[in-house]
Design a protein around this ligand. Structure first.
Ligand code: NAD
Length: 416
């Protein structure tokens, strides 16, 4: 009975391919595993095609489907808009939703440019004064082993942060016959490997160290300049029943033209190589690539401090390696921490120790933190302010790459 007395949070989600499927899983599971102060209700799923949206809604657990997100913003039973569409739509939908008094969860990267992100942040700032909250979907912050790393660093367990090395490696573009998709179109995605996966390691560096970026030098490279246009039939594969939806699989919203043939240009980077400094001066090296054969989702980050280090690889996502440099050399070495104990972040609600978590759990934790934040009247992190910082870093890398890798400073204007 107590469940029924909780205030309800009506949710509408836009987009139902890769992220739409995993976000649906998160909305379905969050209140069944965690004690939430509000009860999410999956009211309506929005897509562009009526029939596909209806099928997706039925399969993914949404009460209704719709094709016009603007009409959905008028509904009184919808309190939150979850944006799971490509980057070129984020600013328009998020700003309209916040102005309509709806809380917003927007997928990363927050926008396709700093100008858009700045506008979104301004809108979120005004909305906050009305009790309306906004969050960016940098999901990896909610992987228990990475949250544990953040806690250890904040506790001083590695001392002062001295150096960060991070990589995000995938290989789904290694095959040069892999077709074009919106991810390879600058007007839709904003950038390539940089914004798609590099954004995650920029945000994680910021999250784990608690420090923003002060400056960057970047090199972006497009390795395969043109690719086959995909036929419309490939488009549907990213939706319901697809083999996974997203990336190289169904390629989601690959091509808008039915029966498209021939080749088209790749207008984004395939790989991003970056050197940077944090505000403390600590050096950072970042690499994002979708051409790293055999690396399927290798998000790796290692942070070395004055008295130890942490090291993580998403391909072994339940594990954090911790090195305590104060231990005697004779027996020292990285400790492999299996972050599945009830004492570890988010684990109190899951399985017995050793019964590991997977990709989707980070998204469930994201919903948990979002709902708790809304109920507490706080913007959960990463806020739009955080998303704006990441956007500034991405844009500075693009600028640097276009200017012979020139060192490019990042200036955040903090709100008071
Ligand atoms: N947090 C993460 O780890 C993560 C992982 C993958 C993707 N993403 C982000 O999620 C977003 C979506 O990526 P995806 O992989 O789900 O893409 P996708 O191609 O698999 O799905 C995109 C969905 O958006 C819909 N769509 C496209 N344009 C639309 C419009 N104008 N109006 C309404 N619906 C529209 C498509 O029909 C499709 O359902 C992107 O911003 C991407 O960067 C985040």
């Amino acid at each position: 009975m107590a469940e029924l007395e909780k205030p309800r949070l009506g949710v509408a989600m836009i987009g139902h391919a890769f992220m739409g499927r995993v976000h649906s899983q998160a909305w379905r599971s969050a209140s069944r595993f965690f004690d939430l102060p509000m009860e999410p209700r999956m009211r309506v799923l929005v897509g562009r095609d009526a029939q596909r949206s209806k099928q997706a809604a039925q399969r993914l657990g949404w009460v209704e489907s719709a094709t016009d997100w603007r009409r959905v913003l008028e509904r009184k039973d919808v309190d939150l808009i979850d944006i799971c569409t490509p980057g070129d739509t984020h600013a328009e939908i998020a700003e309209a939703a916040l102005a309509a008094g709806k809380h917003v969860l927007v997928e990363k990267p927050m926008a396709n440019s700093v100008a858009e992100a700045q506008r979104m942040n301004d809108t979120a700032h005004r909305a906050r004064a009305q009790g309306v909250h906004a969050m960016v979907g940098f999901t990896y912050r909610r992987v228990p082993a990475l949250k544990l790393a953040q806690e250890l660093i904040a506790e001083g367990r590695i001392g002062e942060v001295r150096q960060v090395r991070a990589q995000y490696l995938q290989d789904w573009l290694g095959d040069e016959t892999a077709p074009l998709s919106w991810r390879l179109d600058k007007t839709r995605a904003g950038s390539g490997a940089l914004g798609d996966i590099g954004a995650h390691i920029v945000d994680l560096t910021y999250f784990l160290t608690g420090q923003r970026f002060a400056g960057v030098s970047g090199m972006l490279d497009t390795i395969v300049a043109e690719r086959p246009l995909a036929a419309k039939v490939a488009v549907a594969a990213g939706g319901i029943g697809g083999s996974g939806g997203g990336l190289g699989g169904g390629l989601g919203t690959a091509v808008e033209e039915p029966g498209a043939v021939g080749m088209g240009p790749v207008t984004v980077d395939d790989a991003a190589l970056v050197t940077a400094r944090l505000t403390s001066g600590a050096p950072v090296i970042l690499e994002a690539s979708r051409f790293a054969w055999g690396r399927k989702n290798a998000l790796r980050i290692e942070i070395s401090g004055s008295r130890g280090a942490v090291s993580f690889d998403f391909e072994d996502m339940n594990v954090l390696h911790y090195y305590d440099a104060t231990q005697p050399a004779r027996t020292s070495g990285f400790t492999r921490i299996l972050a599945t104990e009830p004492e570890h972040p988010y684990l109190e609600s899951w399985w017995p120790p050793g019964h590991g978590l997977g990709y989707e759990h980070g998204f469930t934790h994201q919903v948990v933190d979002l709902v708790r934040g809304i109920a507490a009247g706080e913007d959960p992190r990463p806020s739009f302010e955080d998303g704006l910082h990441v956007q500034r870093v991405l844009e500075a890398i693009q600028h640097s790459s276009g200017a012979s890798h020139q060192w490019t400073e990042i200036h955040d204007q903090e709100r008071s």
